[in-house]
Design a protein around this ligand. Structure first.
Ligand code: ACO
Length: 393
């Protein structure tokens, strides 16, 4: 690579592609899916409508939606060998490790994938969108020494998931909260996991491979791994009055406040508004404490950041109120990232198909910072040369 090239390690502000799927307007704090504002979708659309919108390019009419619901419901059941494999795993296995492994394993049981066929199509996308919540719910039961519950075909994605972890059909409020959560998380332009999926797809690897890359990329704290850390903070803080001291001490130790800050948004994340409302409403029915601590923590962090990093614009991101919301729905902190994957499966799949629709191998460059061109030293001579101190390594 030529000298003098500008290197941007985080690709910050670098445009690497185009998408029709979603638009993140960071300075304004606006998110749209195919032109529809996330606030309208969160308030009015179901997750299934958003799946249709992302995969097929428009909001569905009634019969299209009914057809999609039938297809999703028909795909929820997991292959028995996958359930057996989960039974064989240590109960201490981290849910994201289990999910990543099981998503990858699904390819083996797909007849269209036999013989190395690198297939990617809407059928497999729906298959993955339908089965991911079943994997998460099945592991939720198995790790608690409970028998897995088979999916039901007459429930929405959100209601079926809650049914599969508890054995009870949820009330409308819990169903609506999880459904809205899935809508909010369904897509977010070229975020790290989506970019990983597109890179993998661009090699013409199949959709299972690309989705596995995405799930793997999601798990880190700087991306989808944050909400479990938010929950750990809420548990550690214990009561709202301790929030400000916690923030000051954490920052003094050089730690980050999880669920705060975003590469794109320089305002409060538009999705946080809906998640906050849900955390508050669900908390009022279960235990208001977690919402109250989160609210106090956000206020404290905003105050301390204004004081200590006035030019940084660090505000609550989508992960912040995800924690009290999903906790109130009965999920453990280490399962939150898996729920993120359930929603984002829609966006990942749509991005993979979009990438393949106009594909070009994604292959960036790097500057070289190693030693200069050096003559090769045969093995027999290497020790002698090194003991003379003439080798560079
Ligand atoms: N807590 C404390 N300081 C922060 C935080 C935070 N949450 N976020 C950013 N900062 C500070 C950094 O310390 C840095 O300060 P400095 O310049 O004085 O050293 C400055 O803000 C810029 O930080 P960067 O990491 O360069 O900013 P970036 O745009 O890469 O940050 C990120 C985005 C990684 C999400 C960051 O805000 C962060 O680490 N947040 C906490 C983890 C988190 O919530 N992740 C989920 C993100 S949402 C998602 O992926 C779905």
């Amino acid at each position: 690579m030529t000298q003098g090239t500008i290197v941007d390690r985080g690709l910050e502000g670098v445009v690497v592609g185009s998408t029709e799927l979603s638009n993140v307007e960071g300075p304004e704090g606006r998110l749209t899916y195919r032109g529809f504002d996330i606030h309208d979708l969160a308030t009015n659309a179901t997750f299934e409508e958003v799946v249709y919108l992302l995969l097929f390019g428009q909001l569905p009419n009634r019969s299209q939606l009914a057809d999609l619901n039938v297809r999703l419901a028909a795909n929820r059941l997991l292959p028995q060998p996958l359930i057996d494999a989960m039974h064989a795993m240590p109960k201490t296995a981290w849910p994201m490790d289990v999910l990543r492994t099981m998503v990858s394993a699904l390819a083996v049981f797909d007849s269209e994938m036999q013989g190395g066929a690198h297939a990617s199509n809407p059928r497999i996308a729906l298959h993955l969108i339908a089965k991911t919540p079943s994997i998460v719910a099945t592991w939720n039961r198995i790790r608690r020494n409970l028998e897995p519950i088979e999916p039901r075909s007459n429930l929405s994605t959100a209601a079926n998931f809650l049914y599969m972890i508890s054995g009870e059909v949820p009330g409308p409020e819990a169903e609506r909260a999880l459904d809205t959560y899935l809508v909010l998380l369904a897509d977010h332009s070229y975020n790290a996991s989506t970019f990983a999926a597109r890179v993998t797809a661009s090699t013409r690897a199949d959709i299972y491979a690309a989705i596995t890359s995405a799930v793997a990329t999601l798990e880190g704290d700087l991306h989808g791994g944050a909400p479990s850390k938010v929950m750990s903070m809420l548990l550690e803080i214990g009561k709202p009055e301790r929030a400000e001291l916690y923030v000051r001490e954490a920052l003094a130790r050089g730690e980050r406040i999880m669920g705060m800050g975003h590469r794109e948004y320089k305002t409060r994340d538009p999705r946080a508004t809906h998640l906050e409302q849900m955390a508050k409403a669900l908390g009022a029915k279960t235990d208001p404490k977690w919402y109250e601590i989160a609210r106090a923590l956000e206020d404290a962090a905003n105050n301390v950041f204004r004081e200590t990093k006035p030019d940084k614009k660090i505000y609550a991101n989508v992960e912040f109120y995800t924690a009290p919301t999903l906790y109130s729905l009965g999920l453990a902190g280490d399962e939150f990232t898996c729920m993120f994957a359930c929603g984002r499966m829609a966006g990942w799949s749509a991005h993979i198909l979009e990438q393949l629709g106009d594909n070009r191998l994604i292959r960036p460059q790097a500057t070289y910072s190693g030693p200069p061109v050096t003559p090769f030293i045969p093995l027999a001579e290497r020790d002698r040369v090194r003991s003379n101190g003439t080798s560079h390594s």
